[in-house]
Write a protein that binds this ligand. Structure first.
Ligand SMILES: Cc1ncc(C[n+]2csc(CCOP(=O)(O)OP(=O)(O)O)c2C)c(N)n1
Ligand SMILES: [Mg+2]
Length: 1018
């Protein structure tokens, strides 16, 4: 049966041009195979076939304009295939309706919220609950209270905790309905979430583990003190790791599985300031030498260790740069999300790998730390575990002296839907808690603020007796048989390996939600007077002899006084129990951590002609370079090797960039698929969400999108799978918004393309000061491994993109690209011959106006402003008989890099013939002054000044943008053709190559106001 294929609903567009025909008569095609590509000035999309079958004839040709309903082709429909498909579709429909049915059963919203919050509380099995009678002034009717408690007790005994939860939920719900609107608290008492009797015990040898931990503690501290002694300007941190040692050790000994040929490996984000502890363990494992430890923070010229986790500096060791507070939390969330994305897309096996992030309690002040936690619960990231080391201090002093950080974080995380496990008290408290029949111990724990808890640990047992227990006579009695020493021994949960083990074990088992472990510790644990729980702990890097001797004794390190005074490291011999145990544990867990490796296979190169359609003239068609980028991506999506690896990332701007065509074509990633029929389901660019969707539509979070970019761009090492992230953003909200993450992307050796779309201070018309970017290229130039370009024409973009793929995926270079694209529509010429090398190096001769006379000028234009330069060249030639060479400068940044390299080489080889920089090679033999302009600040073009021996004038867009038309903006910033002509005449007049009256006349002709202040001052 033959059938017509019409243009489907294409939204608001009418008369859209066909720019490509992708089938021919006789082709056998499948349903959804693209037939043609349509392009308006705003968007470029492929039209898929609604059926499979054989193309009988085509009804359109390239250049035709079509609207909804226009017939594209005649197709002989493949009935059999359709039948199969439709039964598959029926199945999907059925599944969908089942999902809906299930949803209908869901309890009202309040119940759902409470259910989510409460389901994270560890459930106790049925057991008899000891009755506690509280005498409390806020209880106006204790008998009634007791009746309620008895009822609860009876339910718990008879029907268990689930029934009790249900009833409590019902009660709360009823109360809400009656107008009782006090919110349900998200905070539980200040005690451990897991009751002592439910703790799962570690099978590890606690004695050996303690000895190992002590050695690690010693070596970590010694490393810092030694470095600082060698050179007092070298810093370091002892206090952070001292507080976190147990948290790391339990993970290393029992939980964290390394990458090997059988398993992908857990990913651990180590807290930046605890790096010395991670090195100290690697030293015992034999992975780092004593010499390396001695060179902690001395990396220049020796085999040293970097201050913090930096994959760029230690590419075989560190995986994640975390030291800029707040980046670890958000990066790990998006890492966990990206891991699920790869699994859901069928690119990665689901092996139950976990992502662990170790964070400071002070670090949680950073907006980035908490900014994405709801994404983690929304996407049910049960592969993510946060461990927040709540040592109650940050750099200057207490994190929440007047409050309780653990309680605050509990409320925030539980409210966001996380599983919260508090590890507050160590095992020594268990007995006291069970002995307390008054409820006063928990009351006292609840009422003390962190400032007090810090002070307790800065003092001693007698202080704790007086200030903590002393408040209530009942509590004084409770500890009356304990010595001050015993009281001092009452430990904190984060220093108790049993409690930590139980919490980790619980986190590993948690399903459908991420877990946060809030572990209470002591900053500078074990440092005694020199730094335990005191405000200056964070900065303490100098330990005197007395302090070191105390530290040695505190942790039983078998070193003599002399060895301690020499600050020697200690490593037992290979056959010792400690070393054997330590290595055996890691062997059991699959290998060493952290370790950075990559066994990914290079993605196959795309075919040679893949971008050929970009190299031709666009003829009468006008388009923007953003549209050219969409074409590039569309071409790549037709390449079977590259297509699955592309990760388009967009923070809610796809329609701005004309990328909405990707929604239907490759789908938007949604971990639960699409539970609704989108309102535009009939349209060609319908909002299609899919569990296997490819586009990461991030919503309005450039920080999140950047974190996804890093996760995807480092997938070659973290998942041994190369991916090609293309993150397209509003150029103003790129570098300037998330520069710290971009720096971290560089450190992480991320590979991918950052696209600053709608770029240029004058090219993005009408948006004004906060939107118009005239400096992202300059910011890009500050990142060492970022390769950046500001191309003008589609063929330039295509050449650069292909080279990017070659360098990052063929040559496996650890670089990433920043390309600015524009939304200005214009014609694109055919690629001139032999210009590829120049495009990539940063400039090439685009056009010569060479027929007029003797006077000549060199015009260098970049990005959008190149076209103003070409127009200026034309005016100079026609109206003033001045010849010019017009150069397209694709990257002043790349020219600068080359210039610096050559200059340095020449300076280091004074006796040799000087080499020429690429700029010199281009311009040396050309005549006339050089005039350069771009849509960026003048300093962008100024970068090549040292390599130009002629007079050199730069123009740009220094100053705040304004909302107005492109034309007016260019006039305002003085980068339009009129200003270029005028300034060029003036420059030539200065060199007495033209009379100055020519320039004066041009000033008048173009209405240039000499009295207007420079735009940067306006
Ligand atoms: C973005 C950023 N701002 C400031 C710092 C400087 N800094 C380093 S550690 C630190 C305090 C950290 O406190 P916390 O997160 O509680 O970690 P702790 O050392 O107590 O475990 C600060 C302010 C930084 N590294 N990053
Ligand atoms: Mg802290």
């Amino acid at each position: 049966m033959s059938i017509e294929i019409p243009v489907p609903d294409i939204g608001d567009f009418e008369s859209v041009e066909i720019i490509e025909i992708l089938v021919k008569a006789g082709d056998v095609i499948n349903k959804n195979d693209p037939i043609v590509t349509l392009e308006s000035d705003k968007s470029s999309v492929e039209v898929p076939s609604p059926f499979s079958g054989k193309i009988i004839s085509l009804k359109v040709k390239i250049g035709d304009k079509v609207s909804k309903g226009s017939i594209l082709a005649l197709l002989e429909k493949n009935e059999l295939n359709e039948k199969n498909k439709s039964s598959k579709e029926q199945k999907i429909e059925k599944e969908k309706s089942e999902v809906t049915k299930k949803e209908e059963n869901i309890l009202p919203i309040t119940e759902k919220i409470i259910e989510e919050a409460e389901s994270t509380i560890v459930q106790q099995p049925k057991k008899s609950i000891q009755k506690k009678s509280y005498s409390n002034k806020s209880d106006i009717d204790p008998i009634e209270t007791q009746e309620w408690l008895d009822s609860l007790d009876a339910v718990l005994k008879q029907d268990g905790t689930d029934r009790a939860h249900y009833l409590l939920k019902k009660l709360t719900d009823e109360a809400y309905k009656e107008g009782f609107n006090k919110p349900l608290t998200r905070i539980t008492p200040y005690i451990n979430t897991i009751p002592a009797e439910l703790e799962v015990k570690s099978a590890g040898d606690q004695n050996i583990e303690r000895r190992i931990r002590s050695l690690i503690r010693w070596n970590a501290a010694a490393m810092v003190v030694k470095a600082n002694k060698k050179n007092p300007e070298i810093g370091g941190h002892i206090g952070t790791f001292a507080s976190a040692a147990t948290l790391y050790d339990v993970g290393m000994n029992h939980f964290w599985r390394a990458k090997n040929n059988k398993f992908g490996g857990d990913l651990i984000y180590f807290q930046g300031h605890s790096a010395p502890g991670v090195y100290a363990r690697a030293f015992l494992e034999g992975r780092l030498t004593e010499n390396q430890l001695s060179n902690f923070r001395q990396e220049v010229g020796v085999d040293g260790l970097s201050s913090y986790p930096h994959p760029w500096l230690m590419p075989k060791f560190w995986q994640f740069p975390t030291v800029s507070m707040g980046l670890g939390p958000i990066l790990s969330i998006y890492q966990a999300r990206f891991t699920k994305y790869l699994i859901n897309r069928g690119l990665l096996k689901d092996e139950g790998r976990k992502i662990w992030a170790f964070l400071g309690d002070g670090e949680m002040d950073e907006p980035e730390s908490l900014g994405a936690i709801s994404l983690a619960s929304r996407e049910k990231l049960d592969n993510l575990i946060f461990v927040i080391n709540c040592n109650l201090q940050r750099l200057d002093g207490p994190v929440r002296g007047n409050g309780k950080i653990i309680q605050e974080l509990e409320g925030i995380f539980r409210g966001a839907g996380w599983n919260v496990i508090k590890v507050i008290w160590g095992s020594y408290w268990d007995q006291l808690l069970s002995k307390d029949k008054t409820g006063l111990l928990i009351k006292r724990m609840n009422e003390c603020v962190d400032g007090e808890y810090q002070a307790f640990k800065a003092n001693d047992g007698s202080y704790v007796r007086e200030k903590f227990f002393g408040k209530y006579p009942e509590l004084q009695d409770l500890v009356s048989s304990m010595t001050d020493r015993d009281i001092w021994k009452l430990n904190r949960g984060g220093h108790d390996p049993h409690k930590v083990y139980a919490a980790y074990n619980e986190a590993m088992k948690t399903k459908a939600k991420p877990t946060v472990i809030l572990a209470k510790t002591i900053k500078g644990y074990g440092m005694g007077k020199s730094g335990e729980s005191i405000n200056i702990t964070h900065q303490q890097k100098k330990l005197g002899e007395e302090d070191l001797l105390y530290y040695r004794d505190r942790f039983d390190i078998p070193l003599t006084d002399k060895q301690v005074k020499n600050i020697e490291f200690y490593k037992p011999n290979e056959k010792s129990d400690e070393i054997r145990y330590l290595k055996e544990r890691r062997m059991k867990l699959g290998g060493n951590l952290p370790e950075r490796t990559s066994f990914s296979r290079a993605i196959k190169k795309p075919s040679k002609d893949i971008f050929d359609n970009m190299l031709k003239s666009s003829g009468d068609r006008q388009m923007s370079t953003t549209m050219a980028l969409v074409r590039i991506l569309t071409n790549l999506l037709r390449d079977k090797n590259i297509a699955p690896r592309l990760v388009p990332i967009i923070p809610d701007e796809a329609r701005t960039f004309g990328m909405e065509g990707f929604f239907k074509k490759i789908g938007i990633y949604a971990h639960e698929g699409q539970k609704y029929e989108p309102e535009d389901s009939e349209q060609l660019s319908s909002y299609r969400e899919d569990k296997k969707g490819q586009v990461l539509e991030e919503g309005i979070t450039e920080t999140g999108a950047m974190s996804s970019f890093i996760a995807a761009g480092t997938s070659y090492t973290n998942h041994d799978l190369e991916m090609i992230p293309v993150y397209t953003f509003y150029s103003m909200f790129g570098f300037q918004r998330v520069m710290d993450l971009i720096w971290a992307a560089g450190d992480s050796q991320t590979r991918g393309f950052l696209i600053g779309a709608t770029s240029g201070r004058t090219t993005l018309a009408g948006e004004g000061l906060q939107h118009q970017d005239g400096h992202s290229q300059i910011l890009a130039s500050t990142v060492p491994n970022c390769v950046s370009y500001d191309p003008t024409f589609a063929y330039e973009l295509a050449v650069i993109f292909r080279e990017g793929l070659r360098r990052m995926h063929d040559k496996q270079e650890n670089i990433f690209y920043y390309l600015t694209t524009m939304n200005e529509n214009y014609n694109h010429p055919e690629m001139p011959r032999n210009c590829e090398e120049g495009i990539l190096k940063g400039m090439y001769l685009f056009k010569e106006f060479n027929n007029k006379g003797k006077t000549k000028v060199q015009l260098l234009g970049s990005g959008a402003i190149l076209r103003e330069m070409i127009a200026a060249g034309e005016i100079l030639s026609k109206e003033y008989n001045i010849d010019s060479d017009v150069w397209s400068v694709t990257s002043f940044n790349e020219l600068r890099k080359d210039g610096m390299k050559i200059e340095r080489k020449n300076l280091l080889n004074p006796g040799e013939k000087a080499q020429k920089s690429y700029v010199e090679k281009c311009l040396d033999r050309r005549e006339g002054p050089v005039v350069a302009a771009s849509d960026y600040m003048r300093s962008y073009a100024d970068q090549i000044r040292p390599y130009i021996s002629k007079s050199f004038y730069t123009f740009g867009t220094d100053g705040y943008g304004r909302s107005d038309s492109r034309k007016k903006l260019r006039k305002f910033f003085e980068v339009d053709k009129a200003h270029i002509v005028t300034y060029t005449l003036s420059a030539l007049a200065k060199e007495q190559l033209v009379p100055s009256k020519d320039a004066e006349k041009a000033i008048k002709k173009y209405n240039i106001n000499k009295d207007k202040p420079i735009p940067s001052e306006l």
